[in-house]
Design a protein around this ligand. Sequence first.
Ligand SMILES: *Cc1c(COP(=O)(O)O)cnc(C)c1O
Length: 360
Amino acid sequence: MKKDRLSASAIGKLKKRMARFPSLPLIHKPTPVQKMNRLTGLFGGPDIWMKREDLTGLAFGGNKSRKMEYILADILGQKADTVITWASLQSNWCLQMSAAARMFGIEPILVLFKTYDLPEEPDGNLLLDRLLGAEVHIKEAGRGKTVSLETGLSHLEAAAYEARKKGRRPYLVPVGGSMPAGSMSQPLGALAYVQALIELAEQMGALGLQIGAVVHATGSGGTQAGLVVGAKALGLETRIIGISVSEEKTSLARIVLDICRRTEETLGLGTVVNPEDVIVLDDYLGQGYGIVDRNVARIVAEVFRAEGVVLDPVYTAKAMVGLQDLAHKRFFRPGKPVVFFHTGGTPALFPNRRKLLELL
Ligand SMILES: *Cc1c(COP(=O)(O)O)cnc(C)c1O
């Protein structure tokens, strides 16, 4: 039986399972959850709350820094001295990985794909990668596309080969830390978001509120998988709605479900996430990954002016366009708060400065 009220015993049980996985205290936790009164008014209801994962405190914040707590613990556990990962040129993931790695004397190597037409000049996350002294390899890729797991891993293997020749011990981690692959044998990124879901459930529970839905940007799938598995384990009716910023919904939902299953297996909770628990919407992609359009520019300005909260142009802006549209379409159950996860990514505003101002 599903229920709305938060069960203390379900929380206790899940927390006990989570405690089996080593993590490092890298971020300010719990991140704040705030009611967005002006946004609620602008969107015409339901009550909109924001979980401020942009305020984690590590290198401009974001969902990737929460994942880093588990992933860095694994890297240290495997006694690696180098971490190699890939993503797109202005990746938040790669910045967070490099910053966290540096704190523990681990060398970051990044394979960055040019998936949209941004210059290679040091700006936004790429500037920060350079300041951290990450070894950066830039590769070409199709506009508005993402790089497949196979392609990405093959590039990591090539970089690992070179690193090993120099006597280094590399740890290979796939984009977003979502899919267990490379040197990461467990879905550690998703585990971090099981933990985030517990955190949110406790925060809202303490206010006597039941969460109707969670809305967030979904890319490599680990964040959504963690939230879905967490909600399931706590027996919550909360719908987790992932707004895709890169993939078509059927293929992304399949990836999320796969990570969900692996996360459930890893936690050993005996729950089973169903395909219908994984809600991925791809209506707000625009022209594809990282491509800034008029809706993105508009919502960034609107939310900033209304709430003083800065969204990013690649992830949270598209998710917020989705939330606004869903609110207008009366998609949400009335009377229950909707929690928007601000997953960070704001440094990517700056390399997109011209586009944003042109479109406003
Ligand atoms: C990576 C990222 C996401 C998506 O998280 P996944 O776990 O990869 O799905 C959302 N927002 C921002 C700002 C991100 O950097």
